[in-house]
Design a protein around this ligand. Structure first.
Ligand SMILES: Nc1ncnc2c1ncn2[C@@H]1O[C@H](COP(=O)(O)OP(=O)(O)OP(=O)(O)O)[C@@H](O)[C@H]1O
Ligand SMILES: [Mg+2]
Length: 523
């Protein structure tokens, strides 16, 4: 299967994909894709949700077999596209961090590292724990991960979990850089500050000769660190270009196939002085006394680092997190939700950050996932009082441009970004009084981002008030009327449009955060 070509030319590509297709029942995910990646390059792989990026990566990894007829070459090792296997990929020097990095939360960091290459054993078969821990400690140091080898990975922040997955994928790479590191949306769940840490590390590796393929929807990152860009559209390879001299709009045009007038629709000005929501002295979990007022039709942004209590704040307002003290007034009336059912009945909608895990049913169809009654299933203890809501899944598919071959497609086989859109669609259709959004555009493509904020805008015009949490401060600066900065469970700063600058928000969030966080950011 794997053969040597003996091509020693310096200009030989690190990776060559020739005529690769992949057909799923009902979907041609990849259609005759051919592309090359040069050694030592950071090569971005771009494309809309469902365009085939993850599928391409999974074929490279041998997780899926391609259709017959194509070829994959890594350095000097070649394989037919229908014959790749995880062993082949590994021998050829391909290293992967997938869209949902498979780190095991209950195992320690050291054990997770060991899974990457099997446990090293002594002559008599026992695991070399000391060597493993020492090596893990070195990796943690090298990748600047705030953890010790003995910590269970589940206790790490999501950002550090991703870093562990990357460190694990690259651990055998020391010295030689013949292989290719492939990262599928490594930055999607990282806040801006940690994205910088990761990008800096990637640049360092590329400078040392490491070839990197990297999938992302954040185009500023592409411009900042990639040498070349390949774009997929509907499973076809539409272009490979040098990044130099290109701007984000050039990339958008390649991805979408036409220019987008704007990614962020202009939100209508807030006219009402009336309060939709008043929060006074709210104490819950990490929140230690939060005060703010949200006006009718206002889009209020919440900036804060991971651990600042931003997610807990949304959950507390939704009745999904117990309040220890404080008062919440909805339309001037004090409310104290015993659970999420009451919050929903009062007109509150909440879209959690980890949508696939917290708000979807991977085994059920797209149609079932879109129907509002499933929300009630998910939030346990709920009765079907709104069962007659008659939600039209097909309309959601068109409205939000969910790429699926039918509304019966199992949710788990939708592409990452399309899964997000389904969950968003389900809630936005309900036209809630108060909409709570946690990282609404994580993993969605630029076109869908415009659609989502278009839908938020329509909801706002109809009187919905919105609270949005996102680590994308650029996004906050475009959509929010006002931003409050959370740190240590309190509101530490407030900025109103037109003075909401992404840099300013980063400064405020960091200046207020404690020393531990600053240490991560500074490294
Ligand atoms: N196991 C599967 N069964 C059926 N269809 C699938 C399967 N996996 C992927 N697909 C389909 O293949 C197409 C490409 O999906 P893929 O996950 O490669 O997209 P992507 O470019 O990674 O998108 P995203 O940016 O949303 O992650 C989609 O239409 C998806 O529904
Ligand atoms: Mg994907």
């Amino acid at each position: 299967m794997a053969q040597l070509h003996g091509d020693a030319q310096g200009s030989a590509p690190a990776l060559r994909v020739t005529s690769l297709s992949k057909t799923f029942p009902g979907t041609r995910a990849l259609d005759d894709v051919s592309l090359e990646v040069q050694p030592g390059h950071i090569h971005a792989l771009l494309g809309g949700n469902g365009s085939g990026k993850s599928t391409l990566i999974k074929v490279l990894a041998g997780v899926y077999h391609g259709d017959p007829g194509g070829e994959i070459t890594v350095g000097t090792a070649s394989a037919h596209s229908d014959k790749t296997s995880p062993q082949w990929a590994r021998q050829a020097g391909l290293h992967f961090v997938h869209q949902n990095p498979g780190v095991f939360p209950t195992m320690t960091v050291a054990e997770n590292m060991a899974i990457g290459r099997g446990f090293e054993t002594t002559g008599i078969g026992s695991i070399k724990w000391r060597a493993l821990k020492r090596r893990t400690a070195e990796l943690l140091e090298r990748f600047q991960i705030q953890a010790t080898p003995d910590m269970p990975v589940g206790l790490l922040r999501p950002a550090d979990r991703t870093m562990v997955a990357i460190a694990r994928a690259l651990q055998d790479q020391e010295g030689g850089h013949d292989g290719v590191l492939v990262l599928d949306e490594p930055t999607a769940s990282l806040p801006a500050s940690e994205v910088d840490v990761l990008l800096t590390a990637l640049r360092r590796y590329a400078a040392a000769g490491q070839t990197i393929i990297f999938v992302t929807h954040r185009l500023d990152e592409v411009i900042a660190i990639s040498d070349r860009v390949s774009v997929l559209r509907d499973g076809r390879h539409v272009a490979t270009i040098d990044t130099e001299g290109k701007n984000e709009m050039d990339l958008v045009e390649l991805i979408v196939g036409r220019a987008l007038d704007r990614v962020f629709p202009e939100m209508p000005p807030v006219e009402s002085e009336e309060a939709a929501l008043e929060v006074r002295g709210l104490v819950a979990g990490p929140l230690r006394g939060v005060d703010f007022t949200l006006r009718k039709g206002e889009v209020l942004g919440i900036a804060g680092l991971l651990g600042s209590g931003r997610t807990e704040l949304l959950k507390a307002l939704f009745g999904a997190y117990p309040l220890a003290a404080g008062q919440v007034l909805l339309d001037g009336q004090p409310v104290r939700f015993k659970g999420v059912e009451q919050a929903m009945d009062a007109g509150i909608a909440y879209i959690p950050e980890d949508r696939a895990a917290e708000a979807a049913f991977l085994d059920m169809s797209l149609r079932e996932n879109v129907s509002a009654s499933q929300v009630r299933h998910y939030w346990r203890g709920l009765r079907h009082r709104h069962g007659a809501e008659g939600v039209d899944a097909r309309r959601s598919i068109t409205d939000y441009m969910v790429k699926a071959h039918s509304d019966q497609q199992p949710f788990g086989t939708l592409s990452g970004g399309n899964q997000q859109k389904v969950v968003l669609a389900r809630w936005l259709r309900r036209r809630p009084k108060l909409l709570l959004l946690d990282e609404p555009t994580q993993g969605v493509d630029v076109n869908a981002r415009a659609e989502i904020y278009g839908a938020v805008r329509r909801a706002v015009e109809e009187g919905t008030s919105v609270i949005v949490v996102t680590s994308d401060f650029e996004e906050l600066s475009r959509v929010a009327d006002r931003v409050i900065v959370l740190a240590h469970g309190r509101v530490v700063a407030q900025v109103a449009a037109p003075h909401i600058e992404p840099h300013r928000l980063t400064e405020l969030a960091f200046a207020s955060a404690g020393d531990t966080t600053r240490k991560v950011a500074a490294s």
